[in-house]
Design a protein around this ligand. Structure first.
Ligand SMILES: C[S@@+](CC[C@H](N)C(=O)[O-])C[C@H]1O[C@@H](n2cnc3c(N)ncnc32)[C@H](O)[C@@H]1O
Length: 268
């Protein structure tokens, strides 16, 4: 079958060998359905995968070495934070949060009751921001993204940071939208990216989520800083989404590199 061939052709490439096969299949099926020949559909699928994931890979991490280094500073809060900052540089989107990291979670969590469970969808390297999260060490924490190698590393990194109920999973959150009940879901700078992959992706994700609060954020400039002032566009997108979803209670936070909205979702 053409779709199987397409998936195989993409998964053997060095750039995409760790990416979620479900995602490749979903994107590839759309490209083949446009009547494209296999070779063209492979190319078009790779372009889409680059837009939704590949573009954010800002440098390889030596995972084994990083884990050894993390273990060495596990009992040194300043050393651990410094190392996590260095590692978070390797994901273009997570990197953009570094200048505001000291204020980001502390400001937002001041508007929340104690959180017992947290889901980070399309997490990038954000689980390495654990030392900045104002939560108990024992909370349930689950993170999803599409790169199996990064996710495997993040799972081990949570262990080193003694996150006892932490789970990182490779998952295409549009093919398999998460539905488990949680207090808070982080959807950080992800909705515009998901929409690039499929127009209905945002509704698919939001319809499935079962959480009391949502933290939705947007970048204020394009990757590489080409287009500044993006915040106003995303502000409008969020307002439209809030009206459509009937979200009446939310807080707005404007940081130097990110615009965030904490929404009372009321489910769960
Ligand atoms: C703009 S980045 C945001 C990363 C992270 N939330 C942050 O703010 O630091 C978008 C992320 O979405 C992930 N992604 C894209 N499509 C996805 C999908 N269908 N399922 C899960 N993750 C996805 C990418 O791999 C990438 O890490």
């Amino acid at each position: 079958m053409e779709l199987d061939k397409l998936v195989d052709a993409i998964l053997i490439s060095a750039k995409y060998r760790h990416i979620s096969p479900d995602l490749v299949r979903r994107v590839g099926a759309v490209e083949l359905a446009k009547g494209r020949k296999l070779k063209e559909a492979v190319k078009a699928t790779k372009n889409k995968l680059h837009q939704v994931g590949g573009a954010y890979q800002a440098g390889a991490i030596d995972f084994d070495r990083a884990l050894v280094e993390m273990a060495a500073v596990a009992d040194d809060p300043d050393g651990l934070r410094q190392l996590c900052r260095e590692l978070m540089q390797r994901h273009a989107s997570t990197r953009e949060r570094l200048p505001i990291l000291d204020e980001f979670y502390s400001t937002i969590f001041a508007h929340l009751p104690p959180i017992q469970s947290l889901m980070d969808v399309a997490c990038g390297l954000n689980p390495l921001a654990w030392p900045w999260l104002p939560v108990e060490q024992t909370i349930e924490y689950v993170a999803y993204d599409i790169y199996a190698d990064s996710i495997g590393f993040l799972q081990q990194a949570l262990g080193v940071m003694r996150v006892v109920n932490g789970r990182c999973q490779t998952r295409d959150i549009i093919a398999h939208p998460p539905t488990e009940p949680v207090d808070l879901v982080l959807i950080l700078k992800t909705l515009p990216c998901l929409e690039l992959g499929e127009k209905t992706a945002v509704s698919t994700l939001l319809d499935g989520l079962n959480s009391r609060y949502l933290l939705i954020s947007y970048p204020v400039q394009t990757l590489g800083g080409r287009r500044k002032g993006l915040g106003a566009t995303y502000e409008q997108q969020f307002q439209a989404l809030a009206a459509e979803r009937g979200w009446q209670q939310y807080h707005r936070f404007e940081f130097a590199t990110e615009l965030a909205f904490l929404v009372v979702n009321g489910r769960n």
